[in-house]
Write a protein of this length. Sequence first.
Length: 126
Amino acid sequence: MADKDYYRDNLLLKRPGVQYDFEQWQLEEISKCAADPIYFIRNYVKIISLDKGIIFFDMHDYQEEMVHAFHDNRFSIVRIGRQSGKCLNINTPIKLRNKVTGAIIDISIGDFYEQTKNNTNMPTDL
């Protein structure tokens, strides 16, 4: 592929609409990932660890059970803790603390996302 085929010059991200001929092993890998979400997560999902940097996501047993439940059932109800890395909607309130001044502000996750995405109107007391 040519340089213009990549999003923001990132060789790992192709631009929308770019045609790509997959090799047989790649098609087989896509099929494996589509059939087994745990295989996909173990082999392709990475997270940032404070201690180790970028690492593959190693799920707990209960997380694997949840992924299987979501994959196997169209509708799922899950009872999980409040601080598990999710929010209910864009109006979910969050508190942010300035590490230097200690100032705390209340803002919705949607407003925070928009301000950080656009890098505009960031709260000055953070």
